[in-house]
Design a protein around this ligand. Sequence first.
Ligand SMILES: Cc1cc2nc3c(=O)[nH]c(=O)nc-3n(C[C@H](O)[C@H](O)[C@H](O)COP(=O)(O)O)c2cc1C
Length: 221
Amino acid sequence: MNKEAIRQQIVDTANRRYATKKYDPHKHIDPADWQTILEAGRLSPSSFGYEPWKFILINSPQVKEDIRPFAWGVANSLNGADKLLLILARTDVTYDSDYVRGLVEGLHHHQFSPDSKASQSFKHFQERDMAINNDRERFDWASKQTYIAMANMMTAAAELDIDSCPLEGFNYQKMDDYLTTHGIIDPKHWRASVMVSFGYRDQPIKPKVRQPLGQIYEELN
Ligand SMILES: Cc1cc2nc3c(=O)[nH]c(=O)nc-3n(C[C@H](O)[C@H](O)[C@H](O)COP(=O)(O)O)c2cc1C
């Protein structure tokens, strides 16, 4: 494919992805397509490579009904999306956490010490440069990163002609309480970040309404 065709394909995919409000409950995503979408999430970039996320596929009809009363923005997806994914963000990523130790030693096969240069530069970045010093601030930082994974998954889906909808229309406190009381998360480590649904639309794709580039883009020369 030549460069111009690739450019056109990128723009076509961006136009094709839209927040699907009505899904066809009879259409299902091919398992290989689903694995590809998950792979697009898994391979997403994260700060320092610390992957502060978990992707939970909600298949349980009971869980879907339980969350419905406090998930107003998710109702359309609950009614027909083939896949409903809850993305969790970690609250516990610190320079001296067991989680980071596990990643550095177990995944990257490097030596770990909270006193090492690498650990200390992460500590300074987090605590001084980003002013991240408590669970809530760590969650917000991790949550921002989960949205990158979500976006990559939605773009991958659009390339496969699969529809999607990003979802933060739910009560976060009630969701975290529900996930905690049902043993789905340990709130010392996780909170709900965002949800996203995938499936096949039962409505035409809505044309994009966006501000012109001139209004949202500037160059500092
Ligand atoms: C972070 C985020 C959260 C959103 N939450 C919801 C939601 O809870 N329910 C919903 O139906 N749409 C939700 N949307 C979809 C937006 O309404 C939609 O993306 C926007 O209107 C632009 O339309 P488009 O995505 O079709 O281009 C959300 C979008 C984003 C980016």
